[in-house]
Design a protein around this ligand. Sequence first.
Ligand code: HXC
Length: 514
Amino acid sequence: MHEEKLKQYYDRKHNAEAGGGQDKVESQHSKGKLTARERINLLLDPNSFTEIDKFVTHRGDDPEVKKYYGDGLVTGYGTINGRRVFIYVYDFTVLGGSLGEMAGKKVSKVMSHALKVGCPIIGILDSGGARIQEGVSSLDGYGDIFHKNALASGVIPQITASIGPCAGGAVYSPSMTDFVIMVENIGQMFVTGPEVVKEVLSQEVTFEELGGARTHATKSGVAHFIAKDEVDCMDKIKTLISFLPQNNREEPMILTDNSDDINRADPNLINILPDNPYQSYDMKEIIKSIVDNGNFFEVHELFAENIVVGFARMGGRSVGIIANQPLFLAGALDIHSSNKAARFVRFCDSFNIPIVTLVDTPGYLPGTDQEHNGIIRHGSKLLYAYCEATVPKITCIIGKAYGGAYIAMGSKNLGTDLNIAWPTAEIAVLGPEAAITIIHRKSLKDSPDAATKKKNLAKEYRNKFANPYIAAERGTIDLVIDPMESRGTIINALNALANKRETRPWKKHGNINL
Ligand code: HXC
């Protein structure tokens, strides 16, 4: 009697674990993709996974839509390097991973669990979007998921990976999560596919061009990371998780076995900065020199490259780094870089990760393209994000810090705790040439030797204004340091500010200029 019941159970379990069946599994493999369960094995610690809702089936009334246990999704919980996470993984072998009513309920349920216990939630997407045959019930399923995404935002880290097509509703949920990873040549995200684009707009576009990993990592900014394959994708998720706390009430873990001397001084640091202020250099060299063991985990590496954001450890503590990148647009701030940095600042603030800002920017990028597309609206997000953030904030000005961009990049009056400057810092309302043109417009116009005069005036201006000492005299720069002391100074500041508590007036929520 018991044996029969056990047999029934194992038959059902076996059925559930077979997904869409052998031929669909082979088809999945032939597209260079792993199955949902193979993906889970790659992501989670061995034997740590518990599956829930394994026997859920759809309740649709279309007899042509076969019922599969699991309904195209594998959900549950497990651990990554010993840390608890909840996951939902779409199974493309079942009805193309499309989401119907019950699949929607499964995702919502596992998200609710993660929220209640305060653990990261990870979604792996490979889905044809709303299940067409289930109509409005599918759409409602997405509605529930979006609602949970918004509830979880800023409470638990939310990470999604796109490892296959993600169409229609399957793209909005990832974009409401904190980080999106796309696997190159496999992950695709689009609201409407190439066929609809052709039908409606008569435009020919491939899947890759429209919504491939590179498109979203370089152009739209939807993807924060590109992975070269599925193994790399799971490794990136594990690395990302290592910098984050479990939820917004916890601090990120401090690594106590940090092998990098906290006072390590790098006398070569200043030489990375060229003598000629018009020459560019790679800000990432400076970042790597000051963080623990040179390990910098860059976010949005290929999007808005004029600003660099990412995670590192300093003295074992997890930090979020935001830095201008003089290699692109001379490090000027534009629409995309403002959005990128503002979102990163807000993420760090939500999850108690201190913010370290490195500044070398000539200002906001001028021009009709930027103005007409809303640099005022987008640029102000960065100001808002820094002002709103209550985590420890440390800013170090390395080179140029002009005008609005000086203010936006974590200046003192936005509530930054410690503002440091190298002796090479240039802090002023405008760069020398622009300033001279404005304040000496008349005399330059009348001068027979305007070019030489302009050059001399610019030199004079640079000596007078473009240094850190006026700001240091006003107390908006707290410390001027020898660049080689940067690492030790920032780590000391992080330690000193570790117990920082700052409150804000009560509000329902702010109204950031979206
Ligand atoms: C039901 C679906 C499906 C869907 C795919 N399938 N998408 N079933 N609803 N949305 C089924 C297919 O019929 C097929 O079933 C199996 O999944 C595999 O699909 P294929 O097309 O054979 O695979 P492939 O060639 O790899 O193409 C994958 C794909 C394509 C690019 C995702 O299937 C596709 O374009 N699907 C439709 C995408 C879409 O428009 N979704 C609706 C979006 S609207 P069989 O039985 O043959 O194996 C939406 C609204 C929500 O999501 C908006 C919320 C804001």
